[in-house]
Ligand binder design. Sequence first.
Ligand SMILES: *Cc1c(COP(=O)(O)O)cnc(C)c1O
Length: 639
Amino acid sequence: MNTKSHLTWSTDDAAELYAINEWGAGYFKIDHNGEVAVTSTTENNVQVQASVLDIVRQARERGMDAPVLIRFEDLLAQQIKRLNEAFRKAIKDSHYQAEYRGVFPVKVNQQCHVIEEIAQVGAPYNHGFEAGSKPELIIALATLENREACIICNGYKDEEFIDLGLQACNMGYNVFFVIETPSELPIILKRSRALGIKPMIGVRVKLASMVGGHWNATSGDRSIFGLSTAQVIELVDTLKAEDMLDCLQLLHYHLGSQIPNIRDIRTGVLEACQVYMDLVREGANMGYLDLGGGLAVDYDGSKSNYVHSRNYSLDEYCADIVDVIMSTLDPFNISHPIIVTESGRATVAYSSLLVFNVLDVAHYEPGKIPSEIPASENVMVHNLSDLISLVNERNIQECYNDAVFYRDELREIFKRGQINLRSRSLAENLFLAVMHRILAIAEEMPRGLDEAEKLKDQLSDIFYCNFSLFQSLPDMWAIEQVFPVMPLHRLDEKPIRNAIIADITCDCDGKIDRFADHRGTRKTLPLHQPKDDEEYYIGAFLVGAYQETLGDLHNLFGDTNVVSIRFNDDGSYDFIHEIEGDSIADVLSYVEYNPQEMQNRFRRTAEQAVREGRITPAERLKIMNAFSDSMRGYTYYEK
Ligand SMILES: *Cc1c(COP(=O)(O)O)cnc(C)c1O
């Protein structure tokens, strides 16, 4: 707990508490008004800054209420630039003899505006796309105009997929078919012969190198995708026999997403380089080494090899890759390959921010306690009451144990009907009062109480917030991903509440109770007490990767409103795209209802009620208007 008093609290303390300068990557910080600011450089390299809350206010005036997803086009552009510039620098510094060609894996964010922005900003760098399915290949072909860029096709490929890719090759696109399973090659060869077009073939190899982090099952012998070394050799032999070994030009591997440890990245490249060299020696016309994704995002700001972090910078990542390739290949005079990476997460995570408002707060605090406990109350109720004044630093542990004992006993005798609801309610209030007293004392003690941390969590508030975890932050639920979460304003004011966050789905899993911390994760987040006359806004940051399309319609909460922001050189910004979130009619039609028919049916029921004299025709009109207003409304809480 930050021991700073209210009086000496500053925005620096808030920055430290929420670690914004650590995970913010220079894009997010706290401004002098105590609000979260986004900073960026524009296309013309001018440094600009805006308060996120100001963007939220402006969006609201345009009818785009919270929950709202804000996309910062400039941040996406900058990440593409940072990645490409970092590789260019590493290549130049080491006199590496080939280029870097990044590809963006479409699956990480398929949204049209995101893909179009990547194609545009990536064009000068020949940045391409990785497609894992037919729709993704279609997106890549329709969006990419740059013929130097690569389109890497992973995933299962049927004849239709292959035909499309081959014909795109004919048009001058660098479409690589990456062989992921041995059964794919015969189809590619067959379609290539039928169309008379030579394919560009890559092979995905299963490396023995394993990585730490959540996705470690993607690496090693039992990974689902890729060929074993024995299968790679069979592939080479088949291509040789077909006189098509010259088509094999790319080696691919993917060790998994969010690789926290740079050592694992080095080990992976090293092993891949050995495979690459042997493919060259076998006579394949190699030229590309594709390292897949894995470049991690430091979600908790700890710069460590913890799962939500990374212990390396982007520059180190690039330099290490270049270094390992050169030191492995150079002794054997093997030409440097074009380096391809498929960074998705690190490219788009920063550019989206989910903003939601707080609807209600539940406090775990004692209700009214009478100044005198009636003599008729059970003796244990009296004992609980006495503990409040009795507890001190020396007997704190004993008082804690006693209080828990009395509370449990009182609950027990309530079950047996020996005390009534009113007495039990008094007992629960007294218990909470004792616990708050104990916590207050424990926090002043150098070697507090063993249970203090747990107690703090148990006494924490629940902030009910206007969003659906399943729709907007699915990885928080599915894989216990941690995203930075913090208030967007009042950061010059000490946050005095300690809370978990609950969403508005009626699902007990719809909550955030793991927050980034310098030392790992913690269960609660310090927040401010919301004011009656002012919305309290919270942001979930770095949510641009994977969350949007993975999200689902649990409890029929639909897509949120989305606004895209682009900065001008004078620091102003434009709302370049606004996408209204799903209406109730939208989500109902996703699950096969026909909103028009539902309205007709409801109208018949209302007409019946008129006929039966339950409502007047004027009331029918009102009800029908309410019904159709709802249909058109936002699925989230509207004020
Ligand atoms: C998912 C995936 C990626 C993206 O990985 P990130 O860690 O998000 O950069 C890249 N390549 C392949 C083959 C993938 O499956």
